[in-house]
Design a protein around this ligand. Structure first.
Ligand SMILES: Cc1cc2nc3c(=O)[nH]c(=O)nc-3n(C[C@H](O)[C@H](O)[C@H](O)COP(=O)(O)O)c2cc1C
Length: 187
């Protein structure tokens, strides 16, 4: 697939099943991430791969978070939360590992991690897989970060769900952009 085709056609998958990107595809996906624009060459991204039975552990972390936020919540809601980790065969949590002492502003380091996440989604799409970028309150919770082994200064920018899109593919919506563009006139 041409890069321009992937850029213009990518859309998120609502339902993802096996097969997930295999080792070779995942290698390419991470290689694409590592080519994201990165001011200062800080490589301010960290990745946590969650697949197979380990998804139960992620589900438990998400459910614990929900219970902490809503102590009265029922078992049915907690179970729904646990099952979120099974929405796709492979999940990669992407975090920005920002160095506050670096010359490069923290926002630029965070943006670099976001750009890496987008590159991963595009790489997966170009390889015939699909993905969905999710966050939710759990992504911004310190206890969740710690339970997943991220450092206190890390910021989860997304949980990327990877797999193969089912037969009910969402139509690619042509995104309007003209109303968001201005051109600075000369003086
Ligand atoms: C940082 C970020 C966080 C997101 N978090 C969520 C989320 O938690 N839940 C959700 O349904 N969509 C979330 N989205 C949006 C979807 O990933 C997706 O982009 C959106 O539904 C539009 O679909 P499309 O990518 O096919 O245009 C997030 C997107 C970004 C960039």
């Amino acid at each position: 697939m041409q890069a321009i085709d992937a850029l213009l056609a990518r859309r998120s998958a609502r339902a993802l099943t096996d097969p997930a990107p295999d080792a070779a595809a995942l290698d390419l996906i991470f290689s694409a991430a590592a080519r994201a624009p990165d001011h200062g060459r800080l490589r301010p991204w960290r990745f946590l791969v969650v697949r197979g039975a380990a998804r139960e552990r992620l589900g438990a972390v998400l459910a614990d978070h929900l219970r902490r936020m809503h102590p009265q919540i029922g078992e049915e809601s907690l179970q729904r939360e646990r099952l979120k980790a099974f929405r796709a065969p492979l999940i990669v949590a992407v975090a920005a590992h920002c160095d506050g002492a670096a010359k490069i502003p923290v926002i630029e380091q965070t943006l670099a991690a976001g750009a890496a996440a987008h590159a991963m989604m595009l790489a997966a799409f170009a390889l015939g897989f699909n993905a969905m970028w999710k966050t939710g309150d759990a992504a911004y919770d310190a206890a969740v970060r710690q339970a997943l082994g991220f450092g206190p200064g890390d910021a989860i920018v997304g949980f990327l769900y990877f797999g193969t899109e089912g037969p009910e593919r969402a139509p690619a919506v042509r995104s309007e952009w003209r109303d968001r563009v201005r051109e600075l006139p000369p003086v």
